[in-house]
Design a protein around this ligand. Structure first.
Ligand SMILES: Nc1ncnc2c1ncn2[C@@H]1O[C@H](COP(=O)(O)OP(=O)(O)OP(=O)(O)O)[C@@H](O)[C@H]1O
Length: 258
């Protein structure tokens, strides 16, 4: 098994001549938490959209597990174990937390929205769903309507529904965006927990979170890779500091404020 699980070569996306992602070479090592950071408009979300096939590349290649996935569809990719959270996994507010996860399990097994299953099979889904809820710390909320959960717990539920798809690699899009301090700490702990035995690629604005979680960081600016390495290395990089100056006080002189 190769050490690199996901790799891009010359990945480029143009929108009517505007280059949003330019010749990006990304190498994500198996079993690591890899952060994708950069100032607003750097191309992070577009990269995620390219990797998960929400958008076609203009040029370049995407290799996952040694296989060229450049021209596959989002569902094919999810089936290969490359799963994006917070986009794919909608939370149904009027269903209970348990029902949401059960539905995700049914979907993962190809029985989408098939409520007419034998009782025994549903029970099996329930026990697996409860395991997943335990993994994300939502056991006591199993019978609550998903719509009643706090924002942070909703995101934990989304992670549970993503885990239902048994991802080898998870893509997390700003997992702590819009969260209170306590929720941020909870999600950080959760990401660390679910990253065990998997690979995680995350886009995150909160640099404290990035510093605490990520083994490797790729910094994008204006669509191009500016630097790559661990947090200490990239935060010392003068190009990175310059890119962040004036747009985000997070990286300057090697310190992060989140
Ligand atoms: N569908 C589109 N059509 C035209 N331009 C686009 C499109 N999507 C993104 N862009 C442009 O591409 C650039 C990169 O955007 P992107 O959303 O990927 O950046 P980002 O790093 O995720 O930014 P943010 O941190 O603000 O979310 C921006 O200049 C944006 O305006």
């Amino acid at each position: 098994m190769s050490d690199t699980i996901l790799e891009t070569e010359g990945m480029t996306k143009e929108f009517r001549g505007f280059v949003a992602v330019s010749d990006v070479r990304l190498q994500v090592r198996r079993g690591t938490i890899h952060g994708l950071i950069g100032p607003n408009g750097a191309g992070k979300t577009t990269c995620f959209n390219l990797l998960t096939k929400f958008l076609p590349v203009t040029r370049g290649k995407i290799i996952y597990e040694g296989r060229d996935i450049t021209n596959l569809k989002p569902a094919d990719i999810a089936r290969l174990g490359l799963v994006r959270s917070f986009q794919i996994s909608a939370v149904f507010p009027h269903l209970t937390v348990l029902e949401n996860v059960r539905l995700a399990l049914q979907r993962a097994r190809g029985n989408s929205f098939d409520f007419w299953r034998p009782e025994s099979l549903l029970k099996r889904y329930d026990s697996r769903a409860m395991e997943l809820l335990e993994d994300v710390g939502l056991t006591e909320y199993a019978r609550h309507n998903a719509g009643e959960l706090s924002y942070g717990r909703k995101r934990a539920l989304e992670i549970a529904t993503t885990l239902a798809l048994e991802p080898t690699m998870m893509l997390l899009d700003e997992p702590t965006a819009g969260m209170t301090h306590d929720d941020v700490d909870r999600i950080v702990a959760l990401v660390r927990r679910v990253a065990a035995g998997r690979t995680v690629l995350l886009v995150e604005h909160n640099l404290k979170v990035v510093e605490g979680l990520c083994d490797t960081i790729t910094v994008l600016a204006r669509g191009s890779v500016l630097a790559q390495g661990d947090y200490a290395t990239v935060s010392r990089n003068p190009d990175v500091q310059a890119a962040y100056l004036g747009t985000d006080p997070g990286i300057s002189g090697g310190t992060a404020h989140g």
